[in-house]
Design a protein around this ligand. Sequence first.
Ligand code: NZQ
Ligand code: ZN
Length: 386
Amino acid sequence: MKNFIFKNPTKIIFGKGSIEKLANEIPKGANVLILYGGGSIKKNGIYEQVKKGLANYEVFEFGGIPANPEYSILLKALDFIKKEKITYLLAVGGGSVIDGTKFLSAAALFKGGDPWKLLSDNIRTEVGMPFGTVLTLPATGSEMNSGAVITRAETKEKLAMGGPGLFPLFSILDPQVVASIPERQLANGLTDAFMHVLEQYMTYPIGALLQDRFAESILQTLVEVAPIIRKDPTNYQAASEFMWSCTMALNGLIQQGVPTDWAVHAIGHELTALFGIDHARTLAIIAPSHYAFNFEDKKEKLAQYAERVWNITQGSIDDKAHAAIKKTVGFFHSLGIDTKLSDYTKAYDGTAEKIVKRFTERGWLGLGEHKNLSPDKVEEIVKMAY
Ligand code: NZQ
Ligand code: ZN
């Protein structure tokens, strides 16, 4: 196991009816801005619960943060925060609203000029404006981590930012919110969380037995609850498992002391930026090619995953590892998620070259756990995914 330092300060308030506990978490006298997305919270009763929880506060609202939070819209929220002297942010939504709120938390206190620099120069935020979240969509883990991904439509860019100042102070996880999530987003959430685990697991053995088993248990739980939650999102037991698995998949725990990959996400973000494909679906497109292309480097962990998650016990390491890739694709298909770029767009020609040009310009010359995935290899992986 490698050395590590682990600190996750986010307080999790989990369970039925926990949204009403909001008021216990926000300092009295705070000037609160509630941030939300396209309006789902007004249809499913979450908005009323939040307003009730904040009955004794000065509350402002900013709605309309779109999926893949858009920079130009966030700048409007930033103006509002400054004009109304907001002191506390509350994200009510999925990864997009939470990530948008993280950007605002950083930008509100940023002294370095143009806030886009937070993304283009990947400036770490040590201290941000305090914020909490009410999670409405299990998927990204953003509710318990310090990262955010922001989109800029003008330049078709999607870039990440973060830093220790961007952990939510608290996150409220009431699994009852899952009941209103549309099928497409449920499938996205299951896929994104599954891929978060694989990005931190599908590397090479390093003797971190406990982290491996944490990772495998999250994968097993997602596989087990996926059909239940898809059939009946009001199943509270399954919704609880789904929600907590998504949080645990990317709150920092399983990555401690182990090598991590994240190349699938780096490439996937470009597919969202170029074609608007849902984040989770870009991962399902890239992962199978990535694992096939880097087969020799990853086959031991692929085989371990085949055995422990998919119960494939017959055959050589190579046989099991190949079967693991097939099972993964099968799992995505079982969720209704297509795994080829051509399933999403007819205009895929030239995509690999575009991505490689961007990575080269940004100096991303060695991705993956070995930092050896050079642009020419990325090109091949993307072409294999057409
Ligand atoms: O906008 P509203 O109307 O609220 O509708 C949303 C949105 O259309 C809807 N929704 C959310 N909760 C709902 C609901 N509909 C009905 N009932 C509910 N309870 O779902 C749609 C998608 O929401 P979004 O927040 O975009 O989805 P998700 O949570 O999958 O977030 C995706 C974003 O997170 C980033 C992605 O790149 C993408 O921009 N990621 C953030 C990460 C992080 N911060 O750690 C890591 C991830 O790898 C990912 O990159
Ligand atoms: Zn993701």
